[in-house]
Structures are given as C-alpha cells and as structure tokens.
Design a protein around this ligand. Structure first.
Ligand SMILES: Cc1ncc(COP(=O)(O)O)c(C=O)c1O
Length: 365
C-alpha cells in the first residue's frame, strides 16, 4: 500500500518564482492565421519533398548541425565559426542571455517589443531597462543612447520591431554599438526578408554586434523550430558552451538547405506579403483605421477601446488577429499578420464586416 505523506516539493530559484507565466494564445486556430506573424501559407515545395523522403533510419541518429551551419554561413557570407543554429530565435535569445547576463547587469530594450526578451531576462539576475517609444512607435534612438550605462550588458533590438513594424537605421545601430562597447548589441532580424535591410555584413568587423535570424517567418518553418545567431568567433565560442548540442532536430537540419536554395519561392512569398500589406493598409485607410508604417509581415492597427470585441468578431469572421493591448503603450492596438494578396482580401472583407458590426452597435446605443 502506498504511504500517505504530505508532499514537499523542492523550490525553484527565487527568480523563477517571480517570473510571469507566458501563455501564447494558441489552440483552435482553424481559421486564417494572422495572429503569430507566421508565413500564412506554406513552406517551399522543395522542403516538402525533402521531408517526404526522410527515412525512419535517419531519425535514429543524433542530429549533426555543423555541416548545415557551414551551408548557412556560406549563404550569409560568414565563416562557419561565426554562426550557430538554434531551436528558433527564442532559444538563441535564451542562450545569449544565459551566457552573458549576470547580477547587476542591465538589458536595454526599446518597448513595445518582442515579449520573449523580457521573459528570458527575468530568469537571469539582470535588470531590464525599458525605453518607451513615443506615440509614433518609431525607434527611440536618442533615448536609447541616453539609457546606456556602464552596467548595460546587452542591448536587444528587433529590426524590424514587433509589434510596431518600425525600424532602426543602420547608422543608429552602429552608433549604439559604438557608444556601448562594453555591451553586446543583439539585432534580431526575424523579419529581415520583408524589409531587405541587414547588418549581417558587419559581423566580425564590429566586435559587439550579434545578429539573430529565424526561419519561422518568410521561410514558413515555424513548426520545425530553427533560427540562428551570427557574431564574432570570440563571442560565439561562449554561446556554444551554453547551447545544447542537439537542440536543432534532424528534420529542421534536413529542411534548411532546400529552403535556402529555393529563392524563387521565397521571393514570391515576400512579394505577395509586401503587395498584400500595401492593399491591406489601403483597406485600413479607407475604413478610417489608424495604423503604423510597417516594414514587416504585419501591421499594427489602432482599434480603440473595443479591441477585445474586434478580435473576437474577426475570429467569428474566420480571421485570427492578435490583440496587443497589454504591450506597453499599445492600449487598443491590434496586430494583423500579412499573408498573400488573396488572404489579405479575405482579411479586408472580415475587417469591414467587423467594423460595420461595431459601428452599428455604437449607433444603436
Ligand atoms: C522579433 C522576433 N524575434 C524572434 C521571434 C521568434 O522566432 P522563432 O520562431 O525563431 O523562435 C519572433 C516571433 O514572433 C519575433 O517577433
């Protein structure tokens, strides 16, 4: 018979006890998915062919990431030692913070920005210094410079930023790296393909610059979880010590080379998104909805106090969008991922239908 005893569980670190739980609103996403900035359609057909050819035997082996790292490095014009593949950019951020942030260090962020920087920083003993963007949501360059202190250890900049879609210029990034030589400047280029601007070419020439890239967005491989960190060899060697040797699985590694090779598919998808964004922005203008200029595969729209109802009604109309009201300075704002032109026509129809219902409700009151 099992003994009855009062269970006593060992406690986690105090830092972990203070962490907020992060629950992405996934589940029941059987609709047009414009809520997570994923590729809204599919990955390259060449990737699907490779996936279909993966043998059961190959799954018995531990994944070897070095050969694929060499391919990706060549694709970026870098040396293999300057690139580490990771289980998505999320793991890249996590590992970078674990490698470099100590008690008393500061992580400097413009906000609003990608949520996971704060989540992973909160598991370390570093302090988050958040610089609020003004109402135009442009990159708060001057205030970022002013917030650099001798304790700044990492400056994390999503470029383009989410949820705003705004960008820091190359000169601004360089100036930040120059003014914080004791800190690492992480430029997260998750949405690079939609804007075409990068600082990857500066890796190795700027000693404190690190770039992250994901294959979850334009390439459509979010489910495979693959991303990368690129930086000077002298920094990457520390990152590799912390990085789990097998965190990138063999399916993701097999799919990466065909994804990189199929530039026709990538260019087509990016072209669709950029044209779809222009059309959808025009639909927002026609409907009198304010929005912020975006260089990424999403647009932030100012829906106002009825943002919850809006998000709910859009879902009822078959389109998932993301309420960003709880982001700093984003009350009433909803982020809408941009997919193909055809998908965005469907989204624009749902938008007009939803706004008509909301307006009719207001008039009836
Ligand atoms: C700025 C930014 N970085 C990183 C990620 C996550 O990338 P991954 O899927 O590679 O973990 C996202 C996802 O939304 C993002 O917006």
């Amino acid at each position: 018979m099992a003994e009855t005893a009062i269970a006593v569980y060992p406690s986690p670190r105090a830092r972990v006890q203070a962490m907020k739980e992060y629950h992405p609103p996934l589940g029941c996403r059987d609709a047009l998915r414009l809520d997570f900035n994923e590729n809204a359609l599919a990955c390259s057909p060449k990737v699907r062919e490779v996936l279909a050819g993966i043998s059961a035997g190959s799954l018995t082996r531990y994944p070897e990431r070095e050969p694929v790292e060499a391919i990706v490095a060549a694709h970026l014009g870098l040396a293999p030692q300057q690139v580490a593949l990771t289980n998505g950019v999320d793991e890249a951020i996590h590992v970078l913070f674990e490698t470099f942030l100590e008690a008393g260090d500061e992580l400097l962020l413009p906000v609003p920005t990608y949520t996971m920087y704060e989540v992973y920083a909160s598991a370390t003993d570093a302090r988050v210094v958040a610089v609020q963007a003004a109402n135009d949501l442009r990159f708060p360059f001057e205030r970022m410079l002013a917030a650099i202190t001798p304790r700044t250890k990492i400056v994390a900049i999503a470029n383009p930023n989410s949820p705003s879609g705004s960008m820091a210029t190359r000169d601004q990034l360089l100036e930040i790296a120059r003014r914080a030589p004791h800190a690492l400047v992480l430029v997260d280029e998750a949405y690079f393909h939609f804007c075409g601007e990068t600082v990857v070419d500066l890796i190795g020439t700027i000693p404190n610059l690190i770039v992250a890239r994901t294959f979850s967005k334009a390439y459509g491989l979010a489910g495979l979880r693959i991303g990368l960190l690129a930086g000077p060899v002298e920094l990457m060697r520390w990152v590799r010590r912390v990085l789990s040797p097998y965190s990138v699985n063999s399916l993701a590694l097999a799919c990466l080379p065909p994804a990189l090779e199929d530039t026709v598919y990538l260019d087509w998808y990016v072209g669709e998104v950029n044209a779809g964004r222009a059309e959808f922005e025009a639909a927002l203008d026609a409907a009198g909805v304010r929005h912020w200029p975006s260089r990424a595969n999403f647009v932030l729209a100012d829906i106002g106090p009825r943002h919850r109802e809006f998000t709910h009604l859009m879902r009822e109309a078959g389109v998932l969008v993301r309420d960003r009201s709880s982001d700093p300075g984003c009350d009433g704002r909803v982020r809408i991922t941009i997919g193909t032109r055809e998908q965005m026509r469907q989204a624009a129809a749902a938008l007009n239908e939803t706004l008509a219902v909301l307006r009719a409700g207001t008039e009836a009151q």
